[in-house]
Design a protein around this ligand. Structure first.
Ligand code: DGJ
Length: 334
């Protein structure tokens, strides 16, 4: 009886470690270390400031298309490097390893300076979620002009995850600035925009309408005067985690993460989630998204951009496994 008991425990340990090894190899195969990430046609993935939506067994990756020559906007007191905005790309994958190019999900407009989507504008950090009630895919993104003072959230919808998305317009939520942003859909179906506001001094978390197309009046101010940007949010074991960067333009800086019991806060800063060599510059990247690996509770991928500020089209990516240990985030660059 005792012997039987021991072998059962041994069997359970073997099964558990096999499952862990599988998860590890999935994530390890998926990592991108500041190298060019190629799609299934061998072409470089052009999806910066990305977001990923998981829908019916498929991961959809959306990102900024950066196409053409980078130039420095004159008359700014910061390194305002710009590249033509090529719209939003879409890639899909079932294994997080092979990414198939699905085309331009949201097309830019050309020689149309009055349009939010003109190639001369800023179209950044697109994120997509699905609305079960309206059966529409909803994309939000940061829309701006060269000096980044337009600071609005643009919204587009589609019947299909890959697009084409129809642009509905842009808004300043509650008359407040919106720059770096992310979108979060909670388990109860409520969705929130999280964005740098008040001239990047303070972040806001704003509840969206039930169709996800409009900001509501319900919003909170978080990280007051902490000057944070590039928000990436996820939930683990009932707690919310929000990773942000400092505000140093295209140059890397130290990330910080905060924890909360509710999306709207209060949020408590916990310090830098990155560990080891070059942790103080997020391993030369800036966060954009945290991807929960489906069916692997507690396993996440931190997705960052490695900006090449003088040649933005050549910017690459850094995807790393993210672990939460006893409520604390740890990101290592192996
Ligand atoms: C940092 C932001 O996180 C990027 O998305 C971009 O807006 C640059 N600043 C512009 O300098």
């Amino acid at each position: 009886m005792k012997k039987k008991h021991i072998s059962l425990i041994a069997l359970l340990i073997v099964i558990k470690s096999l499952a862990f090894a599988n998860t590890n190899s999935l994530i390890a195969d998926t990592l991108v270390h500041g190298k060019v990430l190629s799609d299934t046609d061998g072409k470089p993935v052009n999806a910066h400031g990305p977001g990923v939506m998981y829908h019916q067994g498929v991961y959809y990756l959306f990102g900024e298309i950066k196409n053409g020559k980078t130039w420095l906007v004159p008359g700014q007191n910061w390194e305002d490097y710009r590249v033509p905005a090529g719209g939003i790309s879409c890639y899909s994958s079932v294994d997080l390893k092979h990414w198939k190019y699905r085309g331009v999900a949201l097309k830019p407009t050309v020689n149309d300076p009055g349009s939010d989507l003109d190639t001369g504008r800023v179209i950044e950090r697109p994120k997509v979620i699905y609305n079960e009630r309206t059966k529409k895919f909803v994309m939000w993104m940061h829309i701006d002009k060269n000096d980044y003072n337009y600071s609005r959230g643009g919204v587009a919808i589609s019947d299909s995850p890959v697009g084409p998305y129809r642009y509905l317009g842009s808004v300043k939520p509650n008359d407040q600035m919106l720059r770096d942003m992310t979108l979060y859909k909670d388990d109860d179906g409520k969705a929130y925009l999280v964005y740098s506001s008040e001239d990047n001094n303070t972040m806001h978390v704003c509840l969206l309408s039930d169709d996800y197309l409009k900001p509501t009046k319900t919003y909170s101010r978080i990280f007051e005067n902490q000057k944070r940007e590039s928000p990436a949010i996820f939930k683990n074991e009932g707690k919310y985690y929000l990773i942000t960067s400092g505000c140093t333009g295209w140059s890397p800086n130290a990330a910080s993460y905060a924890v909360a019991d509710k999306v709207t806060g209060p949020w408590t800063q916990q310090g830098n989630p990155c560990k080891g060599l070059n942790a103080e510059v997020t391993f030369f990247s800036q966060g954009a998204f945290v991807l929960p690996v489906i069916d692997k509770p507690g396993r996440f991928i931190f997705m960052g951009d490695v900006w090449n500020k003088t040649d933005l089209e050549r910017s690459t990516y850094l995807w790393l496994p993210l672990h939460v240990n006893n409520g604390k985030i740890e990101i290592y660059n192996p």
